[in-house]
Design a protein around this ligand. Structure first.
Ligand code: MLT
Ligand code: MN
Length: 337
């Protein structure tokens, strides 16, 4: 990917790489790319899920959406913590612990950035409850939903310095710090995407939460000045978002549903894509059409629900998004930025 001189010069000197750090690049891994339930989903005998199981449909199984990025060799941050995290870590050697002789406890995972409170974005935190120090960046609202209303999250605060909750600043660029509080080399920017809290949040709690803290885009800027925008749940697309996305090199965008009434037409009832806080892919107001004007970013769909027909690689829907210049993420993809 060609560097952007405009962005490279904007990096403050204290965030540039230090001598001894190996590479001036950021590695990104897509550990999981499906939406809620994964693909196939355990209780789904629909066309896509059964087609994949029987081999009558051309497509790939996917675990629930999860990405990881590394600003320097040996240090990784997760964005989200999916319910499939344990298997995703095991499938990724770079994320394995390294014993150093004095201790068998270690993890290259320095922190987790949470962009919303969805179960498929946060449940994995409970899978990391084994007293490994971790920085978790979340908005005050997301932290309150998890720690005040869901008592199991107390497992993350059994000993001092187990999980250090850090307020994720919304709307301002900030340096991403490692566990020791040192700049990791990356600048981040969390951008509000519109109000949508998960269905499990009580009305009483909802009334106390910040409007801009529910669903975020995380923009990550590499030391070389390249930008990634990660948006697994996008309630709406507006002009501000289009301007923002025009400056990124890669975007990982909400590909949950093909159509607005996908679940209703398949199951006979259920919420619409909009009710669930997801802009669908295909309608005139959907992501393919609304983001068509963006020429700069590499466009990649993530968080793809098992009902979405574009999962079938011989379907007209798959062809349509590919012809529109989009890629459909698969588990295990990785790239440097
Ligand atoms: C979503 O993306 O809409 C949520 O993850 C739904 C869920 O967790 O059930
Ligand atoms: Mn989700």
């Amino acid at each position: 990917m060609p560097p952007s001189p405009r962005l490279a010069s904007s990096l403050p000197p204290d965030l540039r790489y230090q001598p001894g750090q190996k590479a001036l690049r950021m590695q990104i891994k897509i550990l999981g790319s499906a939406a809620l339930g994964g693909y196939p989903q355990w209780n789904c005998a629909g066309h896509n899920c059964n087609g994949l199981r029987t081999g009558s449909l051309r497509g790939k199984p996917r675990t629930q959406t999860q990405i990881a990025f590394s600003p320097v060799d040996g240090i990784w941050f997760l964005v989200g913590a999916s319910p499939d995290l344990r298997a995703q870590i095991e499938a990724t050697p770079e994320l394995h612990p390294r014993g150093d002789g004095s201790s068998t406890r270690h993890s290259p995972i320095a922190g987790v950035v949470l962009l919303n409170a969805d179960i498929d974005h946060t449940l994995g935190l409970l899978l990391m409850r084994e007293l490994q120090p971790l920085r978790v960046l979340a908005t005050n609202s997301v932290r309150r939903i998890l720690t005040k209303d869901n008592s199991m999250f107390a497992m993350l605060e059994r000993v001092p310095d187990q999980v250090t909750w850090v307020d994720l600043p919304v709307g301002a660029r900030f340096p991403l710090l490692d566990l020791a509080g040192k700049a990791s080399g990356l600048l981040c920017h969390a951008i509000p995407l519109g109000e949508h809290y998960p269905a499990y949040v009580s009305p009483a709690r909802r009334s106390e939460l910040g409007m801009l803290e529910s669903s975020l885009c995380l923009m990550i800027e590499s030391p070389a000045g390249h930008r990634l925008a990660y948006m697994p749940a996008v309630p709406r697309i507006d002009e501000q978002m289009l301007t923002l996305l025009d400056s990124v090199d890669v975007m990982l965008f909400d590909g949950t549903f093909w159509s607005a009434d996908e679940l209703i037409s398949i199951q006979g009832s259920g919420p619409s894509a909009g009710d669930m806080g997801h802009v669908p892919v295909s309608p005139p107001s959907g992501s393919v059409a609304r983001l068509a004007q963006l020429k700069r970013p590499r466009k990649i769909y993530v968080h793809i629900n098992n009902t979405n027909p574009m999962l079938n690689e011989v379907s007209p829907e798959y062809r349509q998004v590919r012809d529109a210049g989009w890629e459909i993420a698969e588990d295990g993809w990785q790239f440097d930025l």
